[in-house]
Design a binder for this molecule. Structure first.
Ligand code: FDA
Length: 392
């Protein structure tokens, strides 16, 4: 079998791998991308409800989780949302800002994959799709990779196979096994940006599956103000997905159901409308079904005038920090991303190159850097891919 030689082999043709390939290729390197999927960028295609939330204009390092919160700084500073936007504009892809700095395509996410493939083309990148990665060897400063019935070798190998979230789409934990083999540590991978499941008394909230409301969701010291959604299994919606990345088994999630209500709102309501029933007071501010569900759990049936100010203050506090005790999450099957991954202390934050094995790189979701919901994860894929692509 003849061996094809390259300057770099990239394992994984997702957002990070394609960006890295395009940059290295346009920098004059001969690049091969290997992916077991029959088309590249599958997660890009389904992202953002098919319109790809391709970046966030507020993609600053403190919106990323990592065991080393400084690690992402360098790459994010050197390849910014404005850089990616310039690329999008150069390819005449129409976009809009939705909310909270989130930028989406006006049309299909397919335009982003087409753009990355055009950029790869411009760099003369070779794609090997629909072939599994076979044996990977490293000797004499070269990596040899079997893919299908072929073998390729290069002095640089980039691990860009992402994390295990959504295995149905071809996601695997391949990156972790390979990194371990080369002496890298793995920060425990956990499903993130994932719905949480409820059990016990909380389970009764499943009755209001489909109800959504604007809340502040808290996990420990971290809080997000966005919509929460009750589902037939538990809690979802952007606010819950955001806190899920910080959540650990056993921790409660606190929900402020009335984030806009000023302190003392219930006693003020009592003075203004003493004959109002608590249920009706709640229904004036919350979706009916939720007001009912909360009222039944509170179990106070009289009008506001029948309740002492102290009792109302307690109630106000409870509604502002309602405690849920998730018994788990919907797992990697439903998680948008993975928290954890290849430990950053084994990588250069400038180039993403391994500190242990020269020529080995890791980028994108495979690395222990995870963004908030809202375009942050793609920005990390572009930025880390760019950092490695320029360094190879
Ligand atoms: P990615 O997973 O994209 O690519 C890895 C590639 O490696 C894949 O092509 C896979 O086929 C290949 N691969 C894996 N194992 C392999 C193996 N063993 N052999 C060969 N090939 C292998 N982010 C965001 O910023 N905005 C958004 O709108 C969304 N929306 C969204 C929706 C959904 C449903 C999901 C699941 C995720 C998102 N995300 C998102 C997250 C985003 O998709 C994710 O962070 C990036 O795709 C990560 O890019 P990578 O290139 O690192 O991995």
């Amino acid at each position: 079998m003849t061996e094809q030689t390259y300057d770099a082999i990239i394992l994984g043709g997702g957002g990070a791998g394609l960006m890295c390939a395009a940059v290295a290729g346009q920098g004059g390197k001969r690049v091969l991308v290997i992916d077991h999927a029959d088309e590249p960028g599958k997660k890009i295609l389904i992202s953002g409800g098919g319109r790809c939330n391709f970046t966030n204009i507020g993609a600053v390092p403190d919106r990323y989780l990592s065991a080393n919160r400084h690690f992402a700084k360098s790459a994010l500073r050197r390849y910014t949302p404005a850089d990616f936007l310039a690329l999008v504009d150069r390819h005449r892809i129409a976009w809009h800002e939705k909310t909270l700095g989130q930028l989406f395509c006006d049309g299909s996410a397919r335009a982003i994959v087409a753009m990355l493939l055009d950029e790869c083309d411009a760099g003369g990148v070779t794609l090997s799709l629909g072939r599994g990665i076979g044996a990977v060897d490293h000797a004499d400063g070269r990596f040899r990779v079997a893919h299908g019935d072929r073998t390729a070798s290069a002095p640089a190998l980039v691990v860009a196979t992402g994390g295990p979230s959504i295995p149905k789409m071809g996601a695997t934990d391949y990156a972790y096994g390979l990194a371990r083999r080369f002496g890298h540590a793995i920060v425990e991978p956990r499903p993130a940006l994932v719905p949480l499941t409820l059990a016990g008394d909380d389970m009764l909230f499943r009755d209001i599956s489909g109800v959504a409301t604007d809340v502040v969701a808290r996990c420990g010291k971290t809080a997000f103000r966005e919509a929460a959604l009750f589902t037939h299994r538990g809690l979802s919606g952007p606010a819950i997905l955001q806190v899920s990345s910080y959540w650990r088994h056993g921790q409660p999630i606190g929900i402020d159901f009335l984030p806009d209500a000023p302190a003392g709102w219930l006693t003020a309501a009592k003075r203004a409308r003493p004959r109002t029933f608590l249920r009706n007071q709640l229904a004036a501010l919350l979706p009916n079904a939720l007001a009912d569900a909360l009222w039944q759990r509170i179990g106070l049936y009289g009008d506001l005038n029948s309740l002492s100010d102290t009792r109302l203050a307690e109630l106000e506090h409870r509604l502002g920090d309602w405690q849920f005790h998730p018994n788990g999450s919907e797992g990697f099957a439903k998680a948008e991303v993975t928290v954890g991954g290849i430990a950053t202390d084994g990588l250069s934050s400038q180039t993403m190159e391994s500190r242990k094995v020269p020529g080995l790189y890791a980028i994108g979701e495979a690395v222990d850097v995870t963004g908030w919901l809202g375009g942050y994860n793609f920005q990390w894929a572009w930025a880390s891919g760019w950092a490695a692509g320029t360094a190879i």
